[in-house]
Design a protein around this ligand. Structure first.
Ligand SMILES: [Zn+2]
Ligand SMILES: [Zn+2]
Length: 414
């Protein structure tokens, strides 16, 4: 069953619109109603015709029965959730509720509310933007109404930030303002929250130096840096209450430090369920940065962190985006193979001398908007790793020796 992200979102949106019928709270219904019921039914019929093996029609029938007969509602929501909010039971008695939140336009994060005997925890806090706040309030309300969970933002004991990317931590200011939760983050990412404004300035400089060396001309650098800075103007420095290390326990749940995608990235083990944030995702391979921009990131760390989680006794893995993962080891193997294949493609592109920007163009073409910076970072992570392994050498060493501000070109060593 290979559905594109776009198709999955369409299915989810149509069900969301109809599942509003399972809710009674008027404010929740008003918040959730993005699409009319007629349009939603038309969409589902169309989607079922195009993808008959996905089970859209069966779920739509089950939903109709649940809407007509309240006795059938518990079974429906345990199987499918409501408006994207889903509940999972972990071994040891903890309950995990998935709260889907649109953090940026067309970018959905999964936040998780975790209830156990030791208290209530929120894993990731959203972006702090308007849609993020709206969806978080809606998801909490759905968790209360549909599952009867005592899920309240104001009553959280701990808000745990999985890593210092804005879609995961930008809501930390809201946590401080509106919740009694203690804020926890890994010690390697704590500085990003505590000294955000300083770091944004320094990283912009580092990216500029990196892009020069990578072969980015003045116009490209100005465009990319403008976008980088623009996305980082809202957040105010916030001091975390807890700086986490690998193996720490938070409300009884174990922190697993998995550097790579981000230096301070952590997964959280809740019994036999693991919240994997951006370390392991169901469909996309997590974005990689060169260590030249982000120390403690990079592919060597990423591969080691994949191996670290592969052997854990985990029954269900819930990512920071996309769908649940039922076979963690198989997904880890797929991601590792995909990344090794990308390394081989990078090496092949460097059979002739190229800068990092030229490698990014060869691998990904020219990407629109922010995607261009992501493509250059991704290519840069591959080039850096291959160079560290001795598979590449600098092709224009004379020029690099001579010039104060050179573009570095790499080529495979034969
Ligand atoms: Zn991330
Ligand atoms: Zn993410």
């Amino acid at each position: 069953m290979h559905l594109s992200g776009r198709t999955r979102r369409r299915i989810q949106r149509a069900f969301n619109a109809l599942e509003v019928g399972l809710l009674s709270d008027a404010t929740v219904v008003a918040l959730a109603g993005h699409l009319s019921a007629d349009d939603a039914r038309r969409d589902l019929a169309e989607l079922d015709a195009a993808h008959p093996d996905v089970g859209v029609a069966a779920r739509a029938r089950a939903l109709d029965q649940a809407l007509a007969q309240p006795a059938r509602r518990p079974a429906y929501v345990e199987a499918h959730g409501a408006c994207g909010v889903q509940r999972f039971a972990a071994s040891g008695g903890a309950v995990v509720v998935l709260l889907p939140v649109e953090t940026f336009a067309d970018h959905v994060n999964n936040l998780y509310w975790v209830r156990s005997a030791e208290g209530a925890l929120l894993f990731d806090v959203g972006s702090g933007g308007a849609s993020s706040r709206r969806d978080l309030a809606l998801s909490f309300a759905v968790a209360r109404e549909v599952f009867g969970e005592p899920a309240r933002y104001e009553d959280l004991d701990v808000a745990l930030v999985s890593h210092a990317h804005l879609d995961h931590f930008g809501g930390a200011n809201d946590v401080r303002a509106s919740s009694r939760a203690r804020l926890a983050v890994h010690e390697l990412d704590a500085r990003v929250l505590a000294c955000f404004s300083e770091r944004a300035v320094l990283v912009a400089k580092d990216i500029d130096v990196y892009l020069r060396r990578a072969g980015g001309d003045a116009a490209l650098r100005q465009r990319l840096l403008g976008m980088y800075k623009g996305s980082r103007e809202r957040f105010h420095d916030v001091e975390p209450d807890h700086r986490l290390k690998d193996g720490d326990r938070v409300l009884g749940h174990e922190i697993v430090h998995v550097p790579g995608h981000c230096p301070g990235l952590v997964c959280l083990r809740v019994g036999d369920v693991m919240l994997s944030s951006d370390h392991v995702l169901a469909r996309i391979t997590p974005h990689q940065f060169p260590q030249a921009i982000t120390p403690f990131a990079g592919l060597e760390h990423y591969f080691a962190s994949l191996a670290k989680v592969r052997e854990l006794p985990v029954r269900l893995t819930l990512g920071g985006h996309e769908e649940p993962i039922h076979d963690l080891a198989a997904r880890v193997d797929e991601i590792a193979a995909f990344t090794r294949h990308r390394l081989d493609e990078t090496a092949a592109a460097l059979s002739t001398p190229r800068s990092v920007v030229e490698v990014a163009r060869a691998l990904f073409g020219e990407q629109p908007g922010y995607g261009d910076l992501l493509a250059i970072e991704e290519a840069g992570a591959c080039v850096e790793y291959l160079h560290a392994l001795g598979r590449l050498k600098v092709a224009n060493l004379d020029e690099v020796t001579r010039e104060a501000d050179p573009i570095v070109r790499y080529v495979t060593r034969t």
